[in-house]
Design a binder for this molecule. Structure first.
Ligand code: HEC
Ligand code: HEC
Ligand code: HEC
Length: 452
């Protein structure tokens, strides 16, 4: 750089500073360079100088502001007592904002096509869950909200209101899946289990039309407690009091016979002790994600899990009996025979091009090869349940027992259509198709161990 110019720069800067500080005499104003350029070059420098001057007063103001906030915080002049209710208008603003948030953010929500909100089994499951997970705050058909709950701020509204009826399916889904921050409304507990929330939506859609008596029937099935207008608890012979109570709760969704109340929940009767116990442990620890089963399984003691597993594993005979009323349908009898036939083929042969193994090899065994006791029975389960889990194994981690990884690998290559086909095939099979096979495997020789 030209030293003369550099020199001019410093001198000019000094002059500006002096001017701003009021000490300049303007002597240096006529320095080299034309007037226009000088003006534009001087501007940033002048700003910097102004800032340096104001630094002190600005700092004092900021410090006083912070001190003020701290003092207000310590004095706590705003009364936030729930008892006196909200400041006028605040509840309205928050609630209106919540509705707008649900409307905007639920725009992208998509209901999976295998979920049919008018499916009575889904409404029953929603009611069953609602009774344990929501009714304590929101009340239920025929049951008012507890006065204690009404003191929450904001208070949980009754879901019978016109306003709830005006929410779209997607908005209800969004609210239940996410919960509402800074209110008591919790989010859904099962990671990755968005699919489960649709059962609650199915129930809430019907809410206004459900009579109190019907609600109890939906949520409790055959085991209706006396206090709620039912005939009183039914005892399961042979179980001690405490387990008896627990099994009555399970029966609300899984049925007294462990056959799942017609698609409300998966069938448990005759599943192996090993699988049932490991899966209950998985729910309790969160290793198998489910917003419905985790809160139910988490409080069970190790001893209870063992005894519940033994109870359901011992129920195969009833399973066979109730399956007799709904005999397996041949591929030709069901609406989409081609789909069922495709499912049957993959179950038997897999799809080598897509690295899908034959499902039967693990789930049914064949000939001398029998299923391991840790592998669940899937034939005869409801198609919605089978499809949901095949998608979960394929698309996202939803966990399971220590053996869940083999299922994640097996499902990786499945297309949507193949998943539908497998759900159609397996749900059309009798539930007892595998009965006995596992028993043989347990007592059988080591050579008959399955290949996986
Ligand atoms: C611990 C109490 C609590 C539980 C449990 C609870 N909620 Fe809520 N819920 C609330 C509160 C409080 C609000 C009000 C939030 C607001 O106004 O922003 C609310 C709001 C809602 C709304 C919006 C209603 C409206 O009119 O704005 C729906 C729908 C809802 N809850 C459904 C459910 C369902 C379904 C469950 C069970 C899965 C559930 N809630 C569990 C407390 C609860
Ligand atoms: C509110 C309804 C409801 C209640 C009550 C309930 N369950 Fe479940 N249960 C379900 C649903 C829904 C599933 C499927 C969850 C999933 O997708 O993993 C399930 C799954 C299970 C499974 C895994 C089945 C399989 O094939 O993978 C077991 C085991 C189980 N429940 C046992 C119990 C026991 C024991 C109780 C009582 C302590 C109980 N459940 C109470 C709804 C319920
Ligand atoms: C290598 C053995 C193996 C193969 C092959 C296999 N599975 Fe599985 N499957 C399992 C195991 C083990 C589980 C239990 C996983 C867990 O703990 O969550 C399971 C679980 C399932 C479940 C969930 C059942 C329930 O009650 O929760 C379904 C549905 C299922 N498999 C369907 C299939 C289909 C359809 C195929 C063929 C594409 C298949 N499986 C291939 C081993 C296998």
């Amino acid at each position: 750089m030209d030293p003369a110019y550099a020199n001019g720069e410093t001198r000019r800067a000094d002059a500006v500073l002096r001017d701003v500080a009021g000490g300049g005499n303007g002597r240096d104003r006529g320095l080299p360079g034309d007037a226009q350029m000088k003006a534009s070059e001087d501007k940033p420098r002048r700003n910097r100088a102004v800032f340096r001057l104001l630094r002190l007063p600005l700092g004092v103001i900021a410090a006083m502001a912070i001190l003020g906030v701290v003092l207000v915080y310590l004095a706590a002049p705003l009364n936030i007592a729930a008892r006196i209710g909200p400041y006028p208008g605040v509840a309205w603003v928050l609630h209106t904002y919540m509705k707008q948030w649900a409307r905007n953010w639920s725009y992208w929500v998509e209901k999976p096509d295998y979920v049919d909100l008018s499916n009575p089994a889904l409404v029953r499951l929603g009611a069953g869950y609602y009774e344990t997970g929501c009714a304590a705050c929101h009340g239920a058909p025929g049951r008012e909200r507890n006065p204690l709950v009404r003191l929450m701020e904001p208070a949980p509204p009754s879901l019978a209101s016109e306003e709830v009826a005006n929410f779209s399916d997607k908005e209800l889904y969004w609210i239940v899946w996410n919960g509402v921050r800074y209110t008591a409304m919790p989010g859904w507990t099962g990671d990755n289990r968005q699919d489960e929330v649709w059962a609650i939506v199915a129930f809430m859609r019907e809410y206004g039309a459900i009579a109190p008596r019907d609600y109890v029937r939906l949520a409790y099935g055959e085991v209706q407690p006396k206090g709620l207008g039912g005939g009183g608890a039914m005892s399961f012979g042979g179980l001690d009091d405490r387990l008896d109570k627990t099994v009555q709760d399970c029966a609300r969704c899984h049925g007294r016979d462990g056959m799942g109340r017609d698609g409300t929940a998966p069938k448990l009767a005759g599943q192996t002790h090993e699988y049932l116990a490991a899966t209950l442990d998985g729910y309790a620890s969160g290793k198998r994600a489910s917003g419905i089963m985790q809160p139910i399984a988490a409080p069970l003691s190790g001893d209870e899990v063992e005894r519940l597993a033994a109870h359901y594993a011992d129920l195969p005979s009833r399973a066979v009996a109730s399956e007799a009323q709904a005999p397996a349908r041949a591929a030709a009898d069901v609406p989409d025979g081609a789909l069922v036939a495709l499912g049957q083929r993959i179950a038997a042969e897999g799809d080598p091009d897509r690295f899908v193994p034959p499902c039967g090899a693990c789930h049914e065994g064949s000939g001398a090869v029998r299923p391991r006791a840790e592998y669940p029975r899937i034939a005869g389960q409801d198609s919605r349940f089978i499809e949901a889990w095949l998608r979960l194994y394929r698309d996202g981690p939803a966990g399971g027992t220590d053996f869940a990884e083999v299922m994640h690998v097996s499902a990786q290559g499945l297309t949507d259509r193949q998943i539908k086909a497998l759900a159609a095939w397996y749900s059309s099979r009798p539930y007892d198709a595998q009965a006995g096979a596992v028993e043989q495997a347990r007592s059988g020789d080591a050579a008959a161990a399955p290949p996986y």
